[in-house]
Ligand binder design. Structure first.
Ligand code: CA
Length: 720
């Protein structure tokens, strides 16, 4: 009996361990989002050898692709006196850090003419520690003619790793390099470079995508279909016809996303689409039915609807499938929920209900699922962790073992959304009653006072965990995104903190707080919370540096209406508007001469970058050359005209790269010809929510209607 129980326990442990590590495919290249060249490549040549490049990056070919829309062009001359090489670098997407075991390097090739096999390049791999594998000859692995058709090349990893075994996880670069000298140029195209399992039994899927529909907008068409969970499906392939007869492949989509935004620009005739499924061995099903849509001119209001809808979808059909909550980023881990982003997403769902994108009943069903899940999930004195496993409800220490407990700031973002929902669902039916009651319970159980650490502390603390306790020791000190944390801690009627903490903690004038601000702001401007300097002609009452990244004026104010919040120093609508204006004017002045910056292309805030996530701000030191749509668009209430100009430019000029089925991808860096491949849970919803606040005040009105919120306003006002 006890043995059986042990076995079951061991099995469950095994299952949970397996679950904890979602495994991803290691793909070096499928498509470049940007035209011209692919950012994650590097070319070199010496002597009389040469490899075609654009600023040391491989060119991208739109005309030739195995997986549409493009491939990498490898044009070279291999001279006897010289050498060339072209490297394709693996770019690790946020959270996609555990990979399936693979047996082969796989890619597809098409050659121009029939180059002699020995003139085709060597191929080798390089690890993160710069260990090089054995070089193999591409020509040895080319089984059939590749002059007219795309041909698959599969090179066993054992052929490259036989004398130098390495951990597959370490494989970071695929390198093509000069083989035999040749007197003529060679031109080949390479596509879909990845590590794959050995070819096994035939995997066949027989059904084409179902329930396909299409809807036209000003510059693009959204094609949607029914999401399939069949793991054999690698991609959905999209074909387009502009003349009603000839269909050309235009794109692929991951099965994680049940739609595709195809940028055609304005068209005068109807556009037709049909789709197929592609399996793991690149076999293709029959076509779906044909659907038709037309582009059309759109009013400003219609453009706002469109942008609100796309960004909302991230939280609706892009949610973690069990909990209904928001993922950290897409593509990314498919089971890891981000709690703060989920709070933002809840408000986007409420805005979408108001706009009629979904029905009230659909929204209520989702909130039943969300609140039921949250009631059972890990909490630490009522405080949720930053990340939760959506399948188990357990904490995921994504930022390291120290961060394995409660996160008070993320919890405040989550509660901001839940409190808005509690006012929205004011119906008497069973679902809406249950939603309100569960939210009240979750809210009342948050022990804000525990995160004060001691009864005489002037500050709230960001983290606590049962085994790590206060080891991270991060005190919450403004100006940043944590105003809402102090606000809700003061608002709580069950585990509240005194209103005096607003001034002793958030807006602290202490020497300790000044040092904290000076360290992260790299300036003494605003070190005592109040600022008082003028930047780009705009006086700034409150803020570190010249106001910092724009998310400071978004995250706390998705629900907290800044018009209604005035402290000892300033009214926060006025102050936030100034911070947004400073950001805009900085981008117009553009001291670092970054490409594109201007009155219709601005918005420095926290976002994904070419290498990692950074919080960008309008200073020479804090401006990395990348812009983020959410910076400008979540500022709509503060800068409506400049935000609308930015919306049109982001969509019309850069939408082709940036705009997808879940709205704007996270960031774009024109200097580097780079566009982020991910949508971010923290950055999509603020667009939908703040546009809604600009249009109707909806989320502001809902959040402010909570009696505890009104009480907090009074308490903070009384302590002025
Ligand atoms: Ca491709």
């Amino acid at each position: 009996m006890s043995n059986v129980r042990l076995l079951i326990a061991a099995f469950l442990l095994f299952v949970s361990l397996v679950h904890a590590q979602e495994l991803h495919e290691k793909i070096f290249f499928e498509n470049s989002l940007m035209d011209g060249s692919y950012y994650y490549t590097k070319t070199e040549y010496t002597g009389n050898s040469w490899v075609k490049n654009i600023q040391n990056k491989l060119p991208v070919s739109d005309e030739n692709s195995f997986t549409p829309g493009n491939s990498l062009e490898l044009s070279y001359r291999s001279a006897s006196e010289g050498f060339w090489s072209a490297a394709i670098l693996h770019h690790e997407l946020r959270g996609k850090d555990h990979f399936q075991d693979a047996d082969e390097l796989s890619f597809w090739i098409k050659t121009e003419g029939n180059p002699a096999p020995e003139t085709l390049p060597f191929v080798h791999l390089t690890t993160q520690r710069a260990t090089q594998s054995t070089k193999v000859k591409l020509g040895d692995y080319l089984s059939s003619s590749s002059a007219t058709n795309w041909t698959r090349v599969r090179i066993p990893l054992s052929a490259m790793m036989n004398d130098k075994p390495v951990d597959q996880a370490e494989i970071a670069v695929v390198v093509f390099s000069q083989n035999q000298p040749s007197t003529s140029d060679v031109r080949i195209f390479i596509d879909q470079v990845e590590l794959v399992p050995a070819a096994t039994i035939a995997m066949i899927i027989d059904n084409a995508p179902k329930a396909v529909s299409a809807k036209g907008y000003e510059q693009h068409v959204d094609i949607t279909w029914k999401k399939e969970t069949n793991p054999l499906i690698k991609y959905i392939k999209i074909y387009r016809s502009l003349n009603g007869k000839d269909f050309n492949p235009v794109g692929i989509q991951s099965p994680q996303i049940a739609g595709y935004s195809d940028f055609t620009g304005p068209q005068t005739t109807p556009i037709r689409y049909k789709l197929t499924h592609i399996d793991q061995n690149y076999r293709e099903t029959a076509f779906s039915n044909v659907v038709t849509a037309s582009t059309r001119s759109m009013t400003d209001d219609e453009l706002l609807d469109m942008v609100q809808l796309s960004n909302f979808r991230y939280y609706w059909d892009g949610c973690e499938s069990n909990s209904g909550l928001a993922l950290e980023n897409i593509p990314g881990r498919s089971t890891m929920i981000a709690t703060g982003a989920s709070g933002f997403g809840m408000m986007a769902i409420l805005a979408a209900t108001k706009r009629g994108f979904i029905t009230r009943d659909q929204a209520a069903e989702r909130f039943i699922r969300i609140t039921t899940f949250l009631s059972k999930a890990d909490r630490f004195h009522g405080v949720f962790p930053h990340f939760l496993d959506g399948t188990t409800g357990h904490v995921v220490p994504f930022f390291g073992q120290r961060d394995n407990g409660g996160d008070l700031v993320e919890t405040s973002f989550l509660m901001q959304g839940l409190l808005a929902a509690r006012q929205f669902f004011n119906g008497n039916n069973a679902n809406e009653t249950q939603i309100r009651n569960t939210i009240t319970k979750l809210w009342n159980e948050v022990e804000w006072d525990w995160y004060r650490r001691t009864n005489d502390s002037d500050f709230l603390f960001w983290h606590w965990s049962p085994d790590q306790e206060w080891i991270i020791n991060h005190k919450l000190i403004g100006w940043n995104e944590t105003m809402i944390t102090y606000f809700l801690a003061i608002a709580s009627s069950t585990h509240g903190v005194p209103a005096s903490l607003y001034y002793s903690g958030w807006a602290s004038q202490s020497a300790e707080a000044a040092i904290y601000r000076t360290n992260w702001g790299q300036t003494t401007d605003g070190a005592s919370y109040i600022n008082g300097n003028t930047y780009h002609g705009i006086a700034l009452p409150v803020g570190v540096s010249n106001g910092g990244p724009l998310f400071f004026v978004h995250y706390s104010f998705l629900g907290l209406n800044p018009h209604q919040f005035t402290d000892r120093y300033v009214n926060y609508f006025d102050n936030n508007q100034r911070i947004a204006e400073i950001n805009l004017r900085y981008c117009i002045e553009n001291p670092l001469k970054h490409k594109g910056y201007g009155a219709d292309f601005w918005g420095l805030t926290a976002s994904d970058g070419v290498s990692y996530y950074t919080a960008d701000e309008p200073t020479v030191k804090g401006d990395k050359g990348k812009l983020t749509a959410t910076g400008a668009l979540a500022s709509f209430p503060y800068t409506p005209e400049a935000s609308m100009r930015a919306l049109k430019n982001y969509y019309r000029t850069y939408g082709k790269y940036l705009y997808g089925y879940y709205g704007f991808r996270d960031a774009i860096d024109l200097d580097n010809n780079w566009c982020s491949p991910i949508y971010m849970g923290l950055n999509q919803a603020p667009i939908t929510v703040m546009i809604e606040n600009y249009r109707s005040n909806l989320l502001w009105d809902l959040f402010m209607a909570n009696p505890e919120v009104q009480e907090a306003l009074k308490k903070i006002s009384a302590s002025r």
